[in-house]
Design a binder for this molecule. Structure first.
Ligand SMILES: *[C@@H]1O[C@H](CO)[C@@H](O)[C@H](O)[C@H]1NC(C)=O
Ligand SMILES: *[C@@H]1O[C@H](CO)[C@@H](O)[C@H](O)[C@H]1NC(C)=O
Ligand SMILES: *[C@@H]1O[C@H](CO)[C@@H](O)[C@H](O)[C@H]1NC(C)=O
Ligand SMILES: *[C@@H]1O[C@H](CO)[C@@H](O)[C@H](O)[C@H]1NC(C)=O
Length: 402
Protein backbone atom coordinates (compact mmCIF):
# COMPACT_ATOMS: atom_id res chain seq x y z
CA UNK A 1 0.00 0.00 0.00
CA UNK A 2 1.32 3.39 -0.98
CA UNK A 3 1.19 6.19 1.54
CA UNK A 4 0.32 9.18 -0.61
CA UNK A 5 1.84 12.51 0.27
CA UNK A 6 -1.72 13.87 0.29
CA UNK A 7 -2.41 11.72 3.32
CA UNK A 8 0.63 13.06 5.10
CA UNK A 9 -0.62 16.54 4.36
CA UNK A 10 -3.96 15.65 5.88
CA UNK A 11 -2.28 14.25 8.96
CA UNK A 12 -0.50 17.50 9.54
CA UNK A 13 -3.71 19.47 9.46
CA UNK A 14 -5.71 17.49 11.98
CA UNK A 15 -5.76 17.73 15.76
CA UNK A 16 -2.92 16.30 17.79
CA UNK A 17 -4.82 13.57 19.59
CA UNK A 18 -6.48 12.37 16.42
CA UNK A 19 -3.30 12.57 14.42
CA UNK A 20 -1.75 9.95 16.68
CA UNK A 21 -4.61 7.59 16.07
CA UNK A 22 -4.73 8.10 12.33
CA UNK A 23 -1.03 7.96 11.71
CA UNK A 24 -0.74 4.89 13.92
CA UNK A 25 -3.37 3.20 11.84
CA UNK A 26 -1.85 4.10 8.52
CA UNK A 27 1.60 2.97 9.55
CA UNK A 28 0.27 -0.33 10.72
CA UNK A 29 -1.74 -0.88 7.57
CA UNK A 30 1.12 0.15 5.39
CA UNK A 31 3.20 -2.76 6.60
CA UNK A 32 0.40 -5.29 6.89
CA UNK A 33 0.59 -7.70 3.94
CA UNK A 34 -2.92 -9.05 4.52
CA UNK A 35 -4.59 -5.70 3.80
CA UNK A 36 -7.03 -6.01 0.88
CA UNK A 37 -8.10 -2.40 0.88
CA UNK A 38 -6.27 0.61 -0.38
CA UNK A 39 -7.44 3.54 1.75
CA UNK A 40 -6.94 7.27 1.71
CA UNK A 41 -8.45 10.16 3.61
CA UNK A 42 -9.32 13.68 2.62
CA UNK A 43 -11.45 16.67 3.54
CA UNK A 44 -14.22 18.19 1.40
CA UNK A 45 -16.64 21.06 1.99
CA UNK A 46 -20.16 19.64 1.72
CA UNK A 47 -23.03 22.03 1.06
CA UNK A 48 -26.55 21.15 2.13
CA UNK A 49 -29.72 22.99 2.94
CA UNK A 50 -32.76 22.14 4.99
CA UNK A 51 -35.79 23.92 6.32
CA UNK A 52 -36.44 21.16 8.84
CA UNK A 53 -33.94 21.78 11.64
CA UNK A 54 -35.65 22.46 14.96
CA UNK A 55 -35.26 25.63 17.02
CA UNK A 56 -34.09 23.49 19.91
CA UNK A 57 -32.67 26.50 21.75
CA UNK A 58 -36.23 27.74 22.21
CA UNK A 59 -36.85 24.59 24.31
CA UNK A 60 -33.56 23.62 26.03
CA UNK A 61 -31.77 26.97 25.91
CA UNK A 62 -28.10 27.71 25.44
CA UNK A 63 -25.39 25.03 26.01
CA UNK A 64 -25.53 23.89 29.66
CA UNK A 65 -23.28 25.99 31.88
CA UNK A 66 -21.94 22.96 33.72
CA UNK A 67 -22.39 19.19 34.14
CA UNK A 68 -25.04 19.61 36.82
CA UNK A 69 -27.19 21.68 34.47
CA UNK A 70 -26.79 18.99 31.80
CA UNK A 71 -27.77 16.25 34.28
CA UNK A 72 -30.87 18.23 35.20
CA UNK A 73 -31.79 18.60 31.53
CA UNK A 74 -31.71 14.80 31.10
CA UNK A 75 -33.63 14.20 34.33
CA UNK A 76 -36.32 16.62 33.24
CA UNK A 77 -36.46 14.96 29.81
CA UNK A 78 -37.13 11.54 31.34
CA UNK A 79 -39.33 12.77 34.21
CA UNK A 80 -42.87 11.44 34.28
CA UNK A 81 -45.13 14.07 32.77
CA UNK A 82 -42.21 15.74 31.00
CA UNK A 83 -43.33 17.88 28.08
CA UNK A 84 -39.84 18.40 26.62
CA UNK A 85 -40.19 15.88 23.78
CA UNK A 86 -43.62 17.26 22.89
CA UNK A 87 -42.34 20.86 22.99
CA UNK A 88 -39.48 19.88 20.68
CA UNK A 89 -41.86 18.33 18.15
CA UNK A 90 -43.95 21.50 18.06
CA UNK A 91 -41.00 23.95 18.14
CA UNK A 92 -40.52 26.26 15.14
CA UNK A 93 -38.31 24.99 12.32
CA UNK A 94 -35.21 26.82 11.17
CA UNK A 95 -33.41 26.92 7.87
CA UNK A 96 -29.76 25.93 7.50
CA UNK A 97 -27.94 26.57 4.19
CA UNK A 98 -24.25 26.09 4.66
CA UNK A 99 -21.15 24.19 3.58
CA UNK A 100 -19.09 22.45 6.27
CA UNK A 101 -15.74 20.70 6.15
CA UNK A 102 -16.16 16.93 6.38
CA UNK A 103 -13.44 14.33 6.97
CA UNK A 104 -13.68 11.30 4.66
CA UNK A 105 -11.99 7.93 4.49
CA UNK A 106 -12.26 6.10 1.18
CA UNK A 107 -11.20 2.47 0.77
CA UNK A 108 -11.23 0.39 -2.40
CA UNK A 109 -10.17 -3.13 -3.31
CA UNK A 110 -6.49 -3.11 -4.29
CA UNK A 111 -5.99 -3.56 -8.01
CA UNK A 112 -9.59 -4.03 -9.19
CA UNK A 113 -12.51 -1.79 -10.11
CA UNK A 114 -15.04 -1.82 -7.27
CA UNK A 115 -18.46 -3.42 -7.90
CA UNK A 116 -20.07 -0.51 -6.07
CA UNK A 117 -19.64 1.58 -2.95
CA UNK A 118 -20.95 1.46 0.58
CA UNK A 119 -21.67 4.96 1.88
CA UNK A 120 -21.49 4.55 5.65
CA UNK A 121 -23.00 6.56 8.52
CA UNK A 122 -21.63 5.90 12.00
CA UNK A 123 -23.64 6.19 15.20
CA UNK A 124 -23.32 8.34 18.33
CA UNK A 125 -20.07 7.89 20.32
CA UNK A 126 -18.22 6.82 17.14
CA UNK A 127 -16.36 8.28 14.15
CA UNK A 128 -15.70 7.15 10.57
CA UNK A 129 -13.26 4.68 12.10
CA UNK A 130 -16.20 2.53 13.22
CA UNK A 131 -16.18 1.13 9.67
CA UNK A 132 -12.46 0.42 9.71
CA UNK A 133 -11.81 -0.87 13.23
CA UNK A 134 -8.16 -1.71 13.78
CA UNK A 135 -7.36 -3.56 16.99
CA UNK A 136 -3.67 -4.38 17.35
CA UNK A 137 -2.60 -6.19 14.18
CA UNK A 138 -6.05 -7.35 13.23
CA UNK A 139 -6.46 -5.75 9.82
CA UNK A 140 -9.24 -7.96 8.49
CA UNK A 141 -10.77 -9.17 11.74
CA UNK A 142 -12.99 -6.19 12.56
CA UNK A 143 -12.75 -3.79 9.65
CA UNK A 144 -15.91 -3.51 7.58
CA UNK A 145 -13.95 -1.63 4.92
CA UNK A 146 -11.31 -4.39 4.63
CA UNK A 147 -13.91 -7.13 4.40
CA UNK A 148 -15.97 -5.16 1.87
CA UNK A 149 -12.82 -4.67 -0.22
CA UNK A 150 -12.10 -8.40 -0.06
CA UNK A 151 -15.62 -8.82 -1.45
CA UNK A 152 -14.93 -6.34 -4.25
CA UNK A 153 -16.62 -3.22 -2.88
CA UNK A 154 -15.37 0.28 -2.05
CA UNK A 155 -16.37 2.06 1.18
CA UNK A 156 -16.81 5.76 1.82
CA UNK A 157 -16.97 6.70 5.49
CA UNK A 158 -16.99 10.13 7.08
CA UNK A 159 -16.98 11.74 10.48
CA UNK A 160 -20.53 13.02 10.57
CA UNK A 161 -21.02 16.75 11.18
CA UNK A 162 -19.93 17.78 14.68
CA UNK A 163 -17.82 14.65 15.17
CA UNK A 164 -14.07 14.00 15.30
CA UNK A 165 -12.21 15.66 12.43
CA UNK A 166 -15.26 17.27 10.77
CA UNK A 167 -16.56 20.81 11.44
CA UNK A 168 -18.15 21.59 14.81
CA UNK A 169 -20.81 24.26 14.29
CA UNK A 170 -23.58 25.15 16.81
CA UNK A 171 -24.26 21.86 18.57
CA UNK A 172 -27.84 22.71 19.50
CA UNK A 173 -29.50 24.25 16.45
CA UNK A 174 -27.21 23.28 13.53
CA UNK A 175 -25.82 19.80 14.20
CA UNK A 176 -29.14 17.96 13.96
CA UNK A 177 -30.40 14.97 12.00
CA UNK A 178 -32.54 16.92 9.44
CA UNK A 179 -29.46 18.78 8.18
CA UNK A 180 -27.35 15.59 8.31
CA UNK A 181 -29.91 13.77 6.14
CA UNK A 182 -29.54 16.44 3.44
CA UNK A 183 -25.75 16.20 3.74
CA UNK A 184 -25.86 12.45 3.14
CA UNK A 185 -28.01 12.99 0.05
CA UNK A 186 -25.47 15.57 -1.18
CA UNK A 187 -22.54 13.22 -0.63
CA UNK A 188 -24.25 10.41 -2.57
CA UNK A 189 -25.07 12.84 -5.38
CA UNK A 190 -21.42 13.89 -5.56
CA UNK A 191 -20.44 10.20 -5.78
CA UNK A 192 -22.84 9.64 -8.69
CA UNK A 193 -21.66 12.79 -10.45
CA UNK A 194 -17.99 12.07 -9.79
CA UNK A 195 -17.41 15.38 -8.00
CA UNK A 196 -16.26 14.15 -4.58
CA UNK A 197 -12.49 14.55 -4.33
CA UNK A 198 -10.79 12.37 -6.93
CA UNK A 199 -12.97 9.32 -6.30
CA UNK A 200 -14.58 9.23 -9.73
CA UNK A 201 -18.14 8.23 -10.57
CA UNK A 202 -20.16 5.52 -8.85
CA UNK A 203 -23.39 4.12 -10.29
CA UNK A 204 -24.15 1.74 -7.44
CA UNK A 205 -24.38 3.09 -3.90
CA UNK A 206 -25.58 1.11 -0.90
CA UNK A 207 -26.37 3.21 2.18
CA UNK A 208 -25.14 1.63 5.41
CA UNK A 209 -25.85 2.95 8.87
CA UNK A 210 -25.18 2.08 12.46
CA UNK A 211 -27.60 3.17 15.19
CA UNK A 212 -28.18 6.96 14.84
CA UNK A 213 -26.58 6.58 11.40
CA UNK A 214 -29.24 3.98 10.49
CA UNK A 215 -31.97 6.39 11.54
CA UNK A 216 -30.28 8.96 9.31
CA UNK A 217 -30.33 6.51 6.37
CA UNK A 218 -34.07 5.88 6.89
CA UNK A 219 -34.46 9.68 6.68
CA UNK A 220 -32.62 9.71 3.34
CA UNK A 221 -35.01 7.08 1.92
CA UNK A 222 -37.88 9.43 2.76
CA UNK A 223 -36.67 12.72 1.30
CA UNK A 224 -34.73 11.16 -1.61
CA UNK A 225 -35.95 7.61 -2.33
CA UNK A 226 -33.50 6.92 -5.19
CA UNK A 227 -30.31 8.12 -3.47
CA UNK A 228 -29.39 4.57 -2.43
CA UNK A 229 -29.82 1.37 -4.45
CA UNK A 230 -30.32 -0.58 -1.22
CA UNK A 231 -29.84 0.11 2.50
CA UNK A 232 -28.34 -1.82 5.39
CA UNK A 233 -29.49 -0.71 8.84
CA UNK A 234 -27.16 -2.08 11.51
CA UNK A 235 -27.54 -1.69 15.27
CA UNK A 236 -31.12 -0.67 14.65
CA UNK A 237 -34.80 -1.53 14.91
CA UNK A 238 -37.96 0.55 15.04
CA UNK A 239 -38.51 -0.76 18.57
CA UNK A 240 -35.96 1.42 20.36
CA UNK A 241 -36.73 1.98 24.01
CA UNK A 242 -35.47 4.72 26.25
CA UNK A 243 -36.17 2.45 29.20
CA UNK A 244 -34.00 1.65 32.19
CA UNK A 245 -31.12 0.43 30.04
CA UNK A 246 -31.29 3.50 27.78
CA UNK A 247 -30.87 6.13 30.47
CA UNK A 248 -27.91 4.59 32.29
CA UNK A 249 -25.95 3.52 29.23
CA UNK A 250 -24.60 6.77 27.87
CA UNK A 251 -24.51 9.01 30.95
CA UNK A 252 -23.91 11.96 28.60
CA UNK A 253 -21.10 14.13 29.93
CA UNK A 254 -19.76 17.43 28.62
CA UNK A 255 -16.99 16.16 26.33
CA UNK A 256 -14.42 18.79 27.35
CA UNK A 257 -14.83 17.69 30.98
CA UNK A 258 -14.82 13.94 30.27
CA UNK A 259 -11.72 13.94 28.06
CA UNK A 260 -10.09 17.40 28.15
CA UNK A 261 -7.02 16.14 26.29
CA UNK A 262 -9.17 15.32 23.25
CA UNK A 263 -12.13 17.72 23.42
CA UNK A 264 -11.00 20.90 25.19
CA UNK A 265 -12.22 23.11 22.34
CA UNK A 266 -15.76 21.70 22.25
CA UNK A 267 -18.62 23.85 23.58
CA UNK A 268 -20.79 22.38 26.35
CA UNK A 269 -23.48 21.06 24.00
CA UNK A 270 -20.95 18.48 22.72
CA UNK A 271 -21.17 15.41 24.96
CA UNK A 272 -19.79 11.86 25.27
CA UNK A 273 -19.88 8.73 27.41
CA UNK A 274 -17.53 9.38 30.36
CA UNK A 275 -16.19 5.87 31.17
CA UNK A 276 -15.45 2.45 29.72
CA UNK A 277 -18.28 1.06 31.86
CA UNK A 278 -20.72 3.25 29.95
CA UNK A 279 -19.16 2.08 26.70
CA UNK A 280 -19.68 -1.53 27.74
CA UNK A 281 -23.28 -0.96 28.82
CA UNK A 282 -24.05 0.85 25.58
CA UNK A 283 -22.11 -1.14 23.01
CA UNK A 284 -20.71 -4.50 24.17
CA UNK A 285 -21.86 -8.00 25.06
CA UNK A 286 -19.54 -9.73 27.50
CA UNK A 287 -17.55 -11.92 26.90
CA UNK A 288 -17.83 -11.87 23.10
CA UNK A 289 -15.17 -9.21 22.61
CA UNK A 290 -11.57 -8.77 23.63
CA UNK A 291 -10.13 -6.38 26.17
CA UNK A 292 -8.13 -4.72 23.39
CA UNK A 293 -11.33 -4.17 21.38
CA UNK A 294 -13.15 -2.29 24.14
CA UNK A 295 -10.02 -0.31 24.95
CA UNK A 296 -9.75 0.72 21.31
CA UNK A 297 -13.40 1.75 21.37
CA UNK A 298 -12.94 3.95 24.44
CA UNK A 299 -9.72 5.47 23.16
CA UNK A 300 -11.10 6.39 19.71
CA UNK A 301 -14.78 7.12 20.38
CA UNK A 302 -16.37 10.34 19.16
CA UNK A 303 -18.51 13.08 20.66
CA UNK A 304 -22.13 13.91 19.81
CA UNK A 305 -24.32 16.97 20.21
CA UNK A 306 -27.48 17.77 22.11
CA UNK A 307 -28.94 18.69 18.70
CA UNK A 308 -28.37 15.10 17.56
CA UNK A 309 -29.67 13.64 20.81
CA UNK A 310 -32.92 15.61 20.70
CA UNK A 311 -33.67 15.20 16.96
CA UNK A 312 -32.71 11.55 16.45
CA UNK A 313 -36.38 10.46 16.54
CA UNK A 314 -37.42 12.65 13.60
CA UNK A 315 -36.74 10.13 10.77
CA UNK A 316 -39.23 7.67 12.28
CA UNK A 317 -41.98 10.26 11.77
CA UNK A 318 -41.33 10.67 8.02
CA UNK A 319 -43.23 9.04 5.16
CA UNK A 320 -41.35 6.43 3.11
CA UNK A 321 -44.06 5.36 0.67
CA UNK A 322 -41.85 6.19 -2.31
CA UNK A 323 -38.89 4.07 -1.25
CA UNK A 324 -39.01 0.65 -2.94
CA UNK A 325 -35.40 -0.64 -2.90
CA UNK A 326 -34.13 -3.50 -0.72
CA UNK A 327 -33.64 -3.20 3.06
CA UNK A 328 -31.60 -5.37 5.42
CA UNK A 329 -31.88 -4.78 9.18
CA UNK A 330 -28.88 -6.25 10.96
CA UNK A 331 -28.59 -6.02 14.75
CA UNK A 332 -26.83 -7.75 17.66
CA UNK A 333 -28.99 -10.16 19.68
CA UNK A 334 -28.14 -8.31 22.90
CA UNK A 335 -28.52 -4.75 21.64
CA UNK A 336 -29.64 -2.78 24.69
CA UNK A 337 -30.92 0.31 22.94
CA UNK A 338 -32.79 -1.19 20.00
CA UNK A 339 -33.87 -4.58 21.43
CA UNK A 340 -33.84 -4.01 25.21
CA UNK A 341 -30.96 -6.52 25.17
CA UNK A 342 -32.85 -9.46 23.61
CA UNK A 343 -33.99 -9.18 19.99
CA UNK A 344 -35.71 -12.59 20.15
CA UNK A 345 -38.39 -11.41 22.62
CA UNK A 346 -41.19 -10.04 20.48
CA UNK A 347 -44.95 -9.77 20.37
CA UNK A 348 -44.86 -10.59 16.65
CA UNK A 349 -45.67 -14.19 15.65
CA UNK A 350 -42.73 -16.60 15.22
CA UNK A 351 -40.25 -16.78 13.61
CA UNK A 352 -40.14 -12.95 13.79
CA UNK A 353 -37.72 -11.02 15.98
CA UNK A 354 -38.00 -7.43 17.18
CA UNK A 355 -36.16 -6.41 14.00
CA UNK A 356 -39.20 -7.34 11.93
CA UNK A 357 -41.13 -4.46 13.50
CA UNK A 358 -38.98 -2.21 11.29
CA UNK A 359 -40.93 -3.46 8.27
CA UNK A 360 -43.69 -1.00 9.12
CA UNK A 361 -41.33 1.87 8.21
CA UNK A 362 -41.10 0.57 4.61
CA UNK A 363 -44.61 -0.13 3.33
CA UNK A 364 -43.57 -0.18 -0.35
CA UNK A 365 -40.48 -2.41 -0.03
CA UNK A 366 -40.71 -5.97 -1.34
CA UNK A 367 -37.25 -7.19 -0.42
CA UNK A 368 -37.12 -6.60 3.35
CA UNK A 369 -34.86 -8.90 5.38
CA UNK A 370 -33.54 -9.05 8.92
CA UNK A 371 -30.59 -10.77 10.56
CA UNK A 372 -29.86 -11.10 14.28
CA UNK A 373 -26.15 -11.41 15.11
CA UNK A 374 -26.05 -13.81 18.06
CA UNK A 375 -23.99 -13.14 21.19
CA UNK A 376 -23.38 -9.54 20.11
CA UNK A 377 -24.15 -6.13 21.60
CA UNK A 378 -24.99 -2.80 19.96
CA UNK A 379 -21.43 -2.10 18.71
CA UNK A 380 -21.35 -5.08 16.33
CA UNK A 381 -18.12 -4.12 14.55
CA UNK A 382 -16.06 -4.43 17.77
CA UNK A 383 -17.19 -8.00 18.58
CA UNK A 384 -15.43 -11.25 17.73
CA UNK A 385 -18.55 -12.11 15.72
CA UNK A 386 -18.12 -9.16 13.33
CA UNK A 387 -16.34 -10.78 10.42
CA UNK A 388 -18.72 -13.76 10.15
CA UNK A 389 -21.62 -11.34 10.41
CA UNK A 390 -20.36 -9.12 7.57
CA UNK A 391 -20.61 -12.18 5.30
CA UNK A 392 -24.40 -12.01 5.74
CA UNK A 393 -24.38 -8.41 4.55
CA UNK A 394 -22.27 -9.27 1.51
CA UNK A 395 -24.46 -12.30 0.68
CA UNK A 396 -27.52 -10.06 0.82
CA UNK A 397 -25.97 -7.39 -1.40
CA UNK A 398 -24.46 -9.89 -3.87
CA UNK A 399 -27.91 -11.45 -4.18
CA UNK A 400 -29.46 -8.17 -5.33
CA UNK A 401 -27.65 -8.17 -8.67
CA UNK A 402 -27.08 -4.43 -8.48
C1 LIG B 1 -19.70 -15.95 22.91
O1 LIG B 1 -18.88 -16.24 24.01
C2 LIG B 1 -19.21 -17.46 24.64
C3 LIG B 1 -18.36 -17.60 25.91
O2 LIG B 1 -17.02 -17.49 25.58
C4 LIG B 1 -18.96 -18.62 23.66
O3 LIG B 1 -19.33 -19.83 24.26
C5 LIG B 1 -19.79 -18.38 22.43
O4 LIG B 1 -19.51 -19.38 21.47
C6 LIG B 1 -19.51 -17.00 21.83
N1 LIG B 1 -20.44 -16.79 20.74
C7 LIG B 1 -20.05 -16.66 19.48
C8 LIG B 1 -21.16 -16.49 18.47
O5 LIG B 1 -18.89 -16.65 19.12
C1 LIG C 1 -43.92 10.44 -3.75
O1 LIG C 1 -43.70 10.73 -5.11
C2 LIG C 1 -44.74 11.47 -5.73
C3 LIG C 1 -44.43 11.56 -7.22
O2 LIG C 1 -43.16 12.07 -7.42
C4 LIG C 1 -44.86 12.83 -5.07
O3 LIG C 1 -45.92 13.57 -5.64
C5 LIG C 1 -45.12 12.62 -3.56
O4 LIG C 1 -45.12 13.86 -2.90
C6 LIG C 1 -44.06 11.72 -2.95
N1 LIG C 1 -44.41 11.40 -1.57
C7 LIG C 1 -43.65 11.74 -0.53
C8 LIG C 1 -44.16 11.33 0.80
O5 LIG C 1 -42.59 12.33 -0.65
C1 LIG D 1 -40.52 -4.13 21.60
O1 LIG D 1 -39.67 -4.32 22.72
C2 LIG D 1 -40.32 -4.77 23.90
C3 LIG D 1 -39.26 -4.89 24.98
O2 LIG D 1 -38.74 -3.63 25.31
C4 LIG D 1 -40.97 -6.10 23.65
O3 LIG D 1 -41.65 -6.53 24.81
C5 LIG D 1 -41.97 -5.95 22.50
O4 LIG D 1 -42.54 -7.20 22.19
C6 LIG D 1 -41.23 -5.43 21.28
N1 LIG D 1 -42.19 -5.21 20.19
C7 LIG D 1 -42.16 -5.93 19.07
C8 LIG D 1 -43.22 -5.62 18.04
O5 LIG D 1 -41.34 -6.80 18.87
C1 LIG E 1 -28.95 -17.72 17.53
O1 LIG E 1 -29.53 -17.83 18.81
C2 LIG E 1 -30.88 -18.29 18.75
C3 LIG E 1 -31.49 -18.15 20.15
O2 LIG E 1 -30.57 -18.52 21.13
C4 LIG E 1 -30.88 -19.72 18.23
O3 LIG E 1 -32.20 -20.20 18.17
C5 LIG E 1 -30.26 -19.71 16.83
O4 LIG E 1 -30.15 -21.03 16.35
C6 LIG E 1 -28.89 -19.07 16.85
N1 LIG E 1 -28.46 -18.89 15.47
C7 LIG E 1 -27.28 -19.28 15.05
C8 LIG E 1 -26.95 -19.00 13.62
O5 LIG E 1 -26.46 -19.84 15.78
Amino acid sequence: MILHSAILLCLLTIGRANADIVSGKLQKRQIDPSAQASCRNFYADIYAETKSNVDLRSVIGRPPENQQALNELFLSTYAVGSTITQRISSAPHIEVKEAYSIYFEYCEPSGTTPKGIYQTHHGLVATADYWNVQVDDSVGVYSFAENAAANGWATLSYDRLGVGRSAHPDGTNIVQIPYEIEQSVGIARALREGTLGDLGRFDTIVGVGHSYGSGLVTGVTSISPTTFDAIILTGYSSNATDGPIGIIQFQPTISSLAYPERFSSNPNDYVITPTQTNDQLGFFHYPNYTREAIETFTRTKGEFTLGQRYTRGIPATLNRDNYTSPVLVFTGENDGIYCTANCYITSLPPPATQLDKTRELFPSVENFQTFVVNDTGHGINFHTTAREAYRKIFEFVDGLGL
